[in-house]
Design a protein around this ligand. Structure first.
Ligand SMILES: Cc1cc2nc3c(=O)[nH]c(=O)nc-3n(C[C@H](O)[C@H](O)[C@H](O)COP(=O)(O)OP(=O)(O)OC[C@H]3O[C@@H](n4cnc5c(N)ncnc54)[C@H](O)[C@@H]3O)c2cc1C
Length: 407
């Protein structure tokens, strides 16, 4: 059974000063009053260009969780990680927004730049995209709602809804499909995997359908395109199995990144507000159960599925490692990869790397104002002392103590 307790491996890439800074960051995030104040003030301070906000963020939370403000700056982090056999998934930190067609084209070009850049680097095999960066959110919502009103397979419902759109929206959607195709085509040519992030459940159906069509096109011999499945949704284990069946019928390799899901509160609140059954599992145990079941399903079909275990849960990572052993598969099987967000769960990442698993850090980058929503989510996620913050703080303190005893 793999252990994630070795803090010497976990933090070998951090100097004492960096480790002390991480300790301070996690201590702040573990102090509810300070966290609440930060969450309330930072987005506004950035929006209104309040002096010193950017430099302050740049040297604190930004440095902890973000790779830099541009692609070139991420190279410093990527090169450091490479020394420890940890790869990088580049994540251009744009998060939805109705920027109009020009904004969507700009995001597409950014994604293409990321792919081209990743192809020049030794340890950046993947990049991630958010479909909301290249499409009007309200159009996604409209198509999703219409798909829910139809019967049949995902692809048939998608095609039916598209065929019934007014002409102007048909053309708008065609431009979206072209953007995604352009991104996947570039990835295929450059040999970089594209991970399509999962977002709100009320826009996810068209995202799933487009991604599946891209997998059908580009994943014939190797996996270029990956969809993301959020196991906090009670319907996703069934969706994974349906996606697998579709991949067998259409003869493509399924790329599956498994996450629990980042928007639970928002999902529940919306379900209450609009009076529909919540798409979220009844409790954490059900979410964990489905995460394990999805992992086991993928590992037992690794000949046709390329799996990315994207989690900070030690038990989930250990379970995937154990499933490989039980199926007699090597740690470095080409169709399994592990990933954690940069700045979090180094104990998992670096211990997996040390044990020969293929593992990466999800490394967001971008101008400070664009990555603020991402940073706010990380701060919130890390806010429970009993949860992530407590774990992170414990490991950092242990390592500082170990280094202290040694010197
Ligand atoms: C590499 C990587 C990529 C990611 N990409 C995406 C993405 O594309 N889309 C996305 O939405 N998220 C993404 N995430 C975030 C992810 O969905 C989780 O929010 C985060 O990783 C915490 O889950 P966990 O498995 O790490 O750990 P855990 O601490 O074990 O789980 C916490 C999670 O469990 C779920 N949960 C908690 N309580 C309950 C409850 N009562 N009932 C049901 N479920 C509950 C929630 O999802 C919560 O975030 C990504 C994470 C990583 C590491």
């Amino acid at each position: 059974m793999i252990s994630f307790d070795n803090t010497e491996y976990a933090f070998a890439y951090k100097s004492n000063a960096e480790l002390k800074k991480a300790l301070l960051m996690y201590s702040v995030m573990g102090t509810p009053a300070l966290l609440k104040m930060g969450l309330a003030l930072i987005p506004g301070a950035i929006k209104w260009n309040i002096p010193f906000t950017k430099p302050l963020l740049r040297s604190t939370i930004f440095k902890q969780f973000v790779g830099g403000e541009n692609l070139e700056q991420t190279a410093v982090v990527a090169n450091k990680l490479e020394k420890f056999n940890v790869q990088v998934i580049l994540d251009y930190g744009v998060e939805g927004g109705n920027d109009g067609e020009a904004g969507f084209e700009k995001s597409m070009n950014e994604f293409i730049n990321v792919i081209d850049y990743a192809a020049t680097q030794k340890n950046i095999p993947f990049m991630s995209i958010k479909i909301t960066g290249i499409v009007r959110f309200t159009l996604l919502e409209k198509i999703d709602a219409a798909m829910h009103a139809c019967e049949g397979s995902l692809i048939n419902r998608y095609k039916k809804v598209l065929s019934e759109l007014p002409e102007a929206e048909k053309e708008e959607w065609q431009r979206v499909a072209d953007r995604l195709q352009h991104i996947c085509e570039e990835s295929s040519i450059k040999g970089i995997g594209v991970l399509v992030d999962a977002e709100d459940s009320w826009i996810q159906d068209p995202v799933d359908a487009m991604t599946m069509l891209m997998m059908d096109h580009y994943n014939k011999e190797r996996v270029v395109v990956y969809n993301t499945l959020q196991l906090y949704r009670h319907d996703r284990l069934a969706f994974l199995k349906d996606s697998y069946t579709a991949s067998v019928e259409r003869n493509f390799m399924l790329g599956a990144k498994l996450v629990r899901g980042a928007y639970m509160e928002k999902e529940r609140e919306r379900a209450v507000e609009f009076e529909y059954p919540s798409p979220i599992q009844p409790d954490k145990a059900s979410c964990d159960r489905d995460y394990d079941a999805a992992t086991a399903f993928c590992i037992s079909h690794l000949d046709r599925i390329a799996l990315i275990v994207a989690s900070h849960n030690e038990q989930s990572n250990a379970y995937a490692a154990q499933q490989l052993d039980e199926n007699g598969l090597p740690h470095n099987h080409p169709n399994i990869h592990f990933s954690q967000l940069y700045g979090m769960s180094d104990n998992i990442t670096f211990n997996l790397a040390k044990n020969g698993y293929s593992v990466s850090k999800y490394l967001p980058f971008g101008p400070i104002k664009d990555v603020v929503p991402y940073l706010m989510r990380r701060a919130q996620e890390n806010s429970s002392v009993a949860g992530q913050t407590g774990r992170e703080l414990g490991f950092i303190k242990t390592e500082l103590q170990r280094r202290n005893n040694k010197s």
